[in-house]
Design a protein around this ligand. Sequence first.
Ligand code: ANZ
Length: 787
Amino acid sequence: MPEYHPSNIETKWQKIWEKTGLFQGTVGKTVENKLYLLFAFAYPSGSGLHVGHVESKTALDILARYNRMRGRQVFFPVGWDAFGLPAENYAVRTGVHPAETTRKAIDTFRRQIKRLGISYDWKSEVATSHPEYYKWTQWIFLKLFEKGMAYKKPGMVNWCPSCQTVLANEQVVDGVCERCGTEVVQKSLEQWYFKITDYKDELITDLEQVDWPKATEEQQLNWIGKSEGANVQFVLVADGKSIGNLEVYTTAHDTIFGCTFMVIAPEHGLVEKILSGVVKVPEKTKKEVKRYVEYVAGKTELERQTQKKKTGVMVDGVVVINPVNGEKLPIYVADYVLAGYGAGAIMAVPGHDERDFEFASEHGLKVVFTAKSKSGNGDIDFISYGQIKQSRQDFVVINSGEFDGMDYVEGRKAILDRLKREERGEEKTQYKLRDWLISRQRYWGAPIPIVYDKEGKVHPVKEEHLPWRLPTDVEFKPTGESPLHGSAELKDRVEKLYGVGWSPEYDTMDTFVDSSWYFLRYPTKTLESTKQEAQNSKQAPNSKLEITNGKESLPFDPELTRAWLPVDFYMIGPEHIVLHLLYARFLTKFLRDCGYLQFDEPFTAMRHQGMILGPDHKKMSKSKGNVIDPDEVIEKFGADTLRVYEMFMGPIEADKPWAARSVVGVYRFLSRIYTLANEAIEQNKSENRNSKFEKGDGGRTDQKLLVALHKTIQAVSEDIPKLKFNTAIARMMEFVNLWGGKNTKVLSIGDADLGLFVKVLAPFAPFMSEELWQNLKSNKQKTENNG
Ligand code: ANZ
């Protein structure tokens, strides 16, 4: 009886699958019942595949194999999010070129993934750092530029003094750089932006079209941050005279009688007027304001939003008048009010806003409540506006003149009506979403395809010059300037192509640009690879490689795109969901409006995998020494065991700790199947039964086992589409226990029924299933020959 030696079996089948090109070149132009499965492509880090990758890749691979078996046309592509900071930081430390590090890392990942038996269509393989890919990232930039959707403007950016680069907000964690821990500062730079805000409303409403986890949709909405409120005008008074209006944005105009002071951001226009002397204030105040503005300049926006202590200074000599009750209110400059949102000024209502309450407590300011709970005991206490908003009908307006006694539904409307009538306020909808800052002062990214003439005027690089290559003659020393500044080749290139005195754009693009359209490229890449191979083998020497729509070259074939997109199912870690999804959705909508795509949303259904924790129940990290290396597990137990174990750990969306003992348990389970199956095959052969394998032969199977088998088939078939892989495996384990548990008699099973069980197992443990299937087939041949 053959013993279970996974590595022999697995490497054998891996080679055969590869040689026969199984799973390759799977996209055709006419499709029926297609299923486009997408795994969020990985950053090829030097440390190779981790067990978390194994989890999500296996889960999708099960879906791919299962659906192929059910006759669906499955497209399951693979690629690399290959540009990015880590390779560049490594180059800075070691001098090894990022292209070199990235190539090596991709080789490692490719080897590991193949060893795992993931049934990718390798003809689709893309890497964002390859010129043939970033050519099209640049093409998309040019399309955006052409439509006025890519533009340049100076902006305050988060700057990491150590990495010498601009950071996106989410790369700043607690005020420090996410990568190196250095404190982030603010800096003004000319930057490129994409006008994602043009799509803000559609990015909200189109969420109705997708089947995503609710929490993920929520996060999209929060980031877009639509808020409905009002702009209100307060009269500004200096020296007893009106000097104009001060506008605030509020979502709680119904609390306006409770406004006891006004706060403006340090960047507000009025601050400038005070410092330049246009608005006169006492010299001492001016100095205090100046000092405060300087103090704030070092803080990031995030810090300003999250700090506990609310700092600020009073502007002596200027006041505002509350339009509803004529009260004179002091003005403060404080950094908890941000310049970029609303009017950069707020009416502070410490009775109902936590931030204002903290500020009022720090500075000894008056608190007025304008709301009382209907069910309350009469005592007036702090009620947060969040509570009021949740059930306006349960709160009564108080301390608000003629509006007293109304509930907050009625009061909100009546107060707005009065502000509108007196031309002191109007409804206003605000969004938190800002345009997408895409320029990076880094090397390892797609160069922005822009050149400047002698006057510094912006010109797009001509399409015929794409790919606008990333030069290689640069130094990896952080200088504060974009590394491309150091390239003589780039300067020469620009002068040769565009004229003497012209200069290149030195920034590269945010890697989020690369990853926001890769799923559009996959089907076409597969087609191109197939054509390329035919050409190489001289089968079709004249086949044209270029994809066009008759008018222009395109990154994605129109017919193929119509046939295969959108993506039917996207599996992605919960840590990437906010920005990546938002940007991919934005570019999809933009390309649709250009006429290249026919759908609104790129990812029809989506789910998230949980995290695999270390044996100590903590997040795996090198520094904690709790990292499990998938290569080691495969070496010891085989890829099938690793796959089945990770799927058995628990619900796919949950975080789960690694348990070495259970790995052994899964290995025993698979060994048991291997032994039982081969024994059955042997038995069926020796008894010289004419096995009707594949033709349905229930007769030779123990009746009890037969019933269990069909129950198992049903349960597993139902569990897989629901991603309930752990329960599916549990059902298979129950079946195997009945078939031949440790202390029970082995029940007989005919070849045909064994074949059915092997099929059920195949998506989970494809190598062993293939081996058993082969044994069954040769059994059939032998018995047929004998008979
Ligand atoms: C008075 C008030 C009273 C407010 C109250 C809230 C509660 P969302 O919903 O997130 O849009 N605000 C306006 N502009 C701001 C800025 N530039 N920086 C910081 N805060 C700003 O938040 C809207 C509320 O945030 C606005 O409504 C304003 O405070 C504040 F009981 O006005 B509110």
